[in-house]
Write a protein that binds this ligand. Structure first.
Ligand code: PAF
Length: 281
């Protein structure tokens, strides 16, 4: 199993691959779980070569504590990837390899996609995500790149990035993988106690009920219902709940015909921030 630490090592490996061969990229921040495994399996099934990057990208964290506490489990990650296939290249650079002079993000124009929800609560988060993903696209030049729909807003931002920077890669969104009690898989779930991890299944339960209500009630009335539900919940603190158009991500008050909507939620449990979303129609 090849674990490449520098851009040069990566280039030296990629140069051996015939230009006509499909390369799949799965960008991750490590602490891999079954959600990542499903992305990697999909990439393996659709491409001759697969690169998994493991890099906790400092420029996308707006909270120092969140960055410091982000789990780092490289040995386990390598082991897990090799159980899927031993042909996968792992790119696990250091921070100074990616940001040799300054740890700084680029500034992009995402037509408002980055201003709502996660963008509102996490300043410059998406500029940081796009900075590292664009760098990975340049270095690896993948045919396809795989992103989980748990971070649906991130997926829309990457699609926009590819459009504005004219990067020839197919961006593939993959379905959310959930724990037994419904909590969307996330590396941050490891920081929850067993009890709260189970109780956090409430987030998905709420999304499912919101979906049922969507056919019958207005977005405002569903939003009010969700905030009431969380006020009554002593373990989970609601940061936002929005019903938004999947194309523009604009929170909507009125449903428009032939428009697809999703409900988006961010919640704190034991100081861990959890996000999730669900397709409504
Ligand atoms: O979704 C993630 O894990 C990260 O935001 C990504 C896409 C790997 C960029 O650092």
């Amino acid at each position: 199993m090849l674990v490449l630490k520098t851009k040069k090592e990566l280039r030296d490996e990629l140069i051996k691959i015939d230009a006509s061969v499909d390369i799949g990229l799965v960008p991750t921040m490590g602490a891999l779980h079954l959600g990542h495994v499903s992305l990697i399996r999909k990439a393996v099934s659709q491409n001759q070569y697969v690169v998994v990057s493991i890099f906790v990208n400092p420029t996308q964290f707006n909270n120092v504590e969140d960055l410091e506490k982000y789990p780092k489990t490289l040995d386990n990650d390598v082991h897990l990837i090799s159980s899927i296939s031993d042909q996968i290249l792992i790119f696990a650079p250091s921070v100074s390899e990616i940001y040799p002079t300054k740890i700084i993000h680029k500034n992009y124009e995402f037509a408002g996609l980055d201003k709502v929800m996660e963008g509102e609560f996490r300043a410059n988060h998406f500029n940081g995500v796009a900075t590292i993903v664009e760098e990975l696209f340049k270095l690896i030049q993948p045919t396809r790149a795989y992103f989980g729909e748990k971070d649906f807003q991130q997926l829309r931002i990457i699609q926009k990035l590819v459009e504005i920077q004219k990067i020839p890669v197919e961006v593939i969104g993959c379905e959310i993988v959930r724990e037994d009690h419904g909590l969307a898989m996330s590396s941050r779930n490891e920081r929850l106690s067993a009890t709260i991890r189970q109780k956090a299944g409430f987030v998905y339960e709420t999304l499912k009920t919101a979906k049922e209500k969507f056919g019958m009630e207005s977005a405002t009335s569903i939003k009010d219902w969700v905030s009431k539900k969380f006020q009554e919940n002593e373990n989970l603190k609601l940061e936002y709940f929005e019903i938004a158009d999947v194309e523009t991500l604009t929170p909507s008050k009125k449903k428009i015909d032939n428009t697809k909507y999703r409900a988006f939620i961010a919640v704190y449990a034991e100081q861990v921030r959890l996000i999730d979303n669900i397709a409504l129609n």
